[in-house]
Design a protein around this ligand. Structure first.
Ligand code: C5P
Length: 297
C-alpha cells in the first residue's frame, strides 16, 4: 500500500437502533439483543511509528479525557503489542468529536480503531478470532466497533451476526450534554427481561424500517431517564421534528437519535433543533453500511 508509515482512521459513533435486555450472567453482566449500526460522525485517530509511545488528545470533547495508560486507546495499543508480540511504539493522536459517556460507544470505537490501524500496520487480519478476543477483553462494545458494519449484537457483545440489508437512512444524534455511567444505568434497571427482537426480512424502505424498530425498544431508556430526566425532553423534541420517523435512545444514553429518510430533511431538522436548544449537541449523519477505509499518512 502506498503512503507514509502511519495510519489515519475514523472511529464512528455506534448506534443501538433497538436494545433489549434479555437476561443477566452470574458475573453481573447483562445479556443484550441489539441491532447496531454506525453513523457518519466519528472521532479521528492517527498512529505514527515513533521511538517513544505517546497519546495526545484534542477536539470538541477532548478536555478532561485522561491520556494516561488507563485510556482505552492506550490499553488497546499495549494489549495488541502483547498479543501480537510486536515491540512497535506509536505516537497516537485522538480528536474527540463524540461526547463521552453518552451511549454511542466513543471510547470503544476509539479502541477498535486502534486495533484496526495496528492490524493494518502489522499485516494482521482484524477479522481473526484472536482480535475479537482482544477486543472483548477491552470492553463489551469493542468487538462490534471492530467489525464496524450493521450487525445484530448478542450475549454481552461477543455474539455478532449479520444484519439484513438496511435501507439508506439518516440519523440526527442529540446529546443534552449529560454524561451517564453505564453501570449506574444497568443498576437502575428493574422489571422483567425482554425477548430478543431480531428480524430476518430484508428491510425495503425507511418507512418499513421505522415500523420494525417501532415494535422494538431500548430497555435502558426508563432507567437512564430516572438518572437524567432530560432524555424525555430530547425524545419529545426529536419526535416533533418534521420527517422524523422514529426517536430512540442509544445504548445506556443519554444520546438519542431520530431516523430520517434522507440528508436534506435530516440536516434541516438538525438545524431547527440546534437553534431551539443551543446547549444540546446535535449532529445529522448518514447511517453507514461499511467502515470508512483507513488512510496511510
Ligand atoms: O464492558 P464495559 O466496560 O462497557 O461495561 C461497563 C459496565 O457496564 C460493566 O462493568 C457492567 O456493570 C455494565 N454492563 C452490563 N452488561 C453489559 C455491558 C455492561 O451490566 N452487557
Amino acid at each position: 500500500m502506498s503512503g507514509g508509515p502511519g495510519v489515519a482512521i475514523a472511529a464512528p459513533a455506534k448506534i443501538n437502533l433497538y436494545l433489549h435486555v434479555t437476561g443477566k450472567r452470574d458475573d453481573g453482566y447483562h445479556l443484550l439483543d441489539s441491532l447496531v449500526v454506525f453513523a457518519g460522525i466519528a472521532d479521528r485517530l492517527s498512529l505514527v511509528p515513533a521511538e517513544d509511545g505517546s497519546l495526545t488528545i484534542d477536539g470538541p470533547f477532548g478536555r478532561g479525557i485522561p491520556a494516561g495508560p488507563e485510556n482505552l486507546v492506550a490499553r488497546a495499543a499495549s494489549d495488541f503489542a502483547e498479543a501480537a508480540g510486536t515491540s512497535g511504539r506509536y505516537q497516537i493522536h485522538l480528536t474527540k468529536n463524540l461526547p463521552p459517556a453518552s451511549g454511542i460507544g466513543g471510547g470503544s470505537a476509539d479502541a477498535a480503531a486502534v486495533l484496526r490501524a495496528l492490524c493494518l500496520l502489522n499485516g494482521r487480519d482484524p477479522e481473526a478470532p484472536d482480535m475479537a478476543d482482544l477486543a472483548l477483553a477491552l470492553g463489551a462494545d469493542v468487538p462490534v466497533c471492530l467489525a464496524g458494519r450493521p450487525l445484530f449484537f448478542g450475549g454481552i457483545g461477543e455474539r455478532l451476526a449479520p444484519a439484513p440489508r438496511l435501507p439508506e437512512a439518516w440519523l440526527v444524534l442529540v446529546n443534552p450534554r449529560v454524561g451517564l455511567s453505564t453501570p449506574a444505568v444497568f443498576r437502575a434497571r428493574i422489571g422483567a427481561y425482554s425477548e430478543a427482537g431480531r428480524f430476518a426480512e430484508p428491510v425495503g424502505g425507511v418507512e418499513r424500517f421505522a415500523e420494525l424498530l417501532a415494535a422494538r425498544r431500548n430497555d435502558l431508556t426508563a432507567p437512564a431517564q430516572t438518572l437524567a430526566p432530560v432524555i424525555g425532553d430530547v425524545l419529545a423534541a426529536l419526535e416533533a421534528l418534521p420527517g422524523c420517523r422514529l426517536a430512540r435512545m442509544s445504548g445506556s444514553g443519554a444520546t438519542c437519535f431520530g431516523l430520517f429518510a434522507g440528508a436534506e430533511i435530516a440536516q434541516r431538522a438538525a438545524a431547527v433543533l440546534a437553534a431551539d436548544h443551543p446547549g444540546w449537541w446535535v449532529e445529522p449523519a448518514p447511517m453507514l453500511t461499511r467502515p470508512e477505509a483507513p488512510q496511510r499518512i
